[in-house]
Design a protein around this ligand. Structure first.
Ligand code: ZN
Length: 203
């Protein structure tokens, strides 16, 4: 399986990190060893002093495909989960400054906590999905997928131009504003449409 991630897909987040708003989707990937499931603890690694949470809606691919055309794109995903794209911001900043790839800052072990998937059919509006991240009980990120720069269908078309999509590939669709540093002892909780989906304790 593949885990795709989309960077800077909300204008307010691109601005908070002083990044330009992209003209096409910014893609990176995490290995499958990054996944953290079943609300397991996240053990803070010692190679970073500045790990950020990034709350994201994650799409599940439900059909194999290449070069998917826009009119068929919505057939290629069927459910969503709440995910956190943990990012070692200090490592990422150093790598970015040198123009080097980000891999270790984004793809390290357990850097992708993810909830169970829920069918899109069960949601009020699959293009306007509300989600929140609470850190120690306080809402720190509050997003809605209607604000995505590149919507789900566009992501499917764009990704499948370069990478054959397989059933059970995941797409982290980007984070809204409000990213911040985690501390040991933090409790992170993710909500979709007000429903608690994910709980992750930082140890
Ligand atoms: Zn992200």
């Amino acid at each position: 399986m593949k885990i795709f991630c989309i960077g800077r897909n909300y204008v307010d987040h691109a601005k908070e990190l002083n990044n330009p708003v992209p003209s096409e989707p910014l893609i990176f990937m995490k290995p499958s060893t990054a996944l953290l499931v079943n609300n397991k603890h996240f053990y803070h690694p010692d190679y970073s002093n500045d790990i950020h949470y990034e709350a994201e809606i994650v799409l599940r691919v439900c059909k194999n495909g290449r070069s998917v055309q826009p009119e068929f794109a919505s057939r290629y995903y069927d459910s969503v989960a709440f995910g956190i794209d943990f990012t070692a911001r200090d490592l990422q900043d150093k790598l970015k400054a040198k123009g080097h790839p980000w891999e270790i800052a984004k793809g390290f072990d357990r850097s992708a906590p993810i909830s169970k998937f829920i069918p899109l059919d069960g949601l009020k509006n699959k293009n306007e999905i509300e989600f929140q991240l609470k850190r120690n009980g306080e809402v720190v990120q509050d997003g809605n997928t209607k604000d995505l720069i590149f919507q789900f269908d566009t992501l499917i078309c764009h990704l499948s131009k370069y990478f054959t999509l397989h059933t059970n590939d995941y797409i982290f669709t980007g984070t809204p504003a409000g990213v911040g540093k985690i501390e040991i002892g933090d409790l992170l909780e993710g909500f979709i449409e007000g429903e608690k989906m994910l709980s992750c304790q930082v140890r």
